[in-house]
Design a protein around this ligand. Sequence first.
Ligand SMILES: C[S@@+](CC[C@H](N)C(=O)[O-])C[C@H]1O[C@@H](n2cnc3c(N)ncnc32)[C@H](O)[C@@H]1O
Length: 200
Amino acid sequence: MTTVNHHADHPGFRGVTGLLAGLTMIPGRGAVAHLAADLTAVSATDRVIDVGCGPGMAVREAARRGARVTGVDPAPVMLQLARALTRQQAGITWAEGTAEDLRQPDSSATVLWCVATVHHWKDVNAGLAEARRVLAPGGRLLAIERRVRPGATGLASHGWTDEQALSFADQCRMAGFADAHVERHSRGRRVLCAVRAMRP
Ligand SMILES: C[S@@+](CC[C@H](N)C(=O)[O-])C[C@H]1O[C@@H](n2cnc3c(N)ncnc32)[C@H](O)[C@@H]1O
């Protein structure tokens, strides 16, 4: 099966370089956050977990739509930046954790997002088992990655090829998710791969 976490060896974000990297994750991400919220039809009745939330663009979008939302990230510098950028903290919780160990209660979420993060996970199967555990029955899983060209290297490879998106959808099925499928969306100059699935 094609590897979908081809940047799992990334050393993690910390210190000044981590902060600078976090700042680069702000421009243009508003449209992606809107897309995540639209595709999962997030509303005030939802409890959202945003795995690998980074500086928190998608977390703030979920909160604007009235949802209760937890942004989870392994990098303390990302959570500090996310807090600093968030004027209205009502309904928002920031928590340290990884996809593989979310440290959130069973069936505590109705929606789980993974935006531009799966390609960094150490263990995709463990991450999907955690996603299934924390989602309530009927819960919506959404992973979004930038669409990249086969053979891309360096920064240009941070995302998924079409084949990697299909492979992640297969892993979702094997992890017990229903209706796993791949979609492609354009936002400005960005082309995005989205994998959506449902926790039965
Ligand atoms: C490219 S950033 C994307 C951040 C944010 N979701 C966005 O779209 O702006 C990738 C994020 O994934 C986080 N990350 C890396 N490994 C992770 C893991 N195993 N579990 C969860 N998050 C992880 C990083 O700390 C980083 O904040």
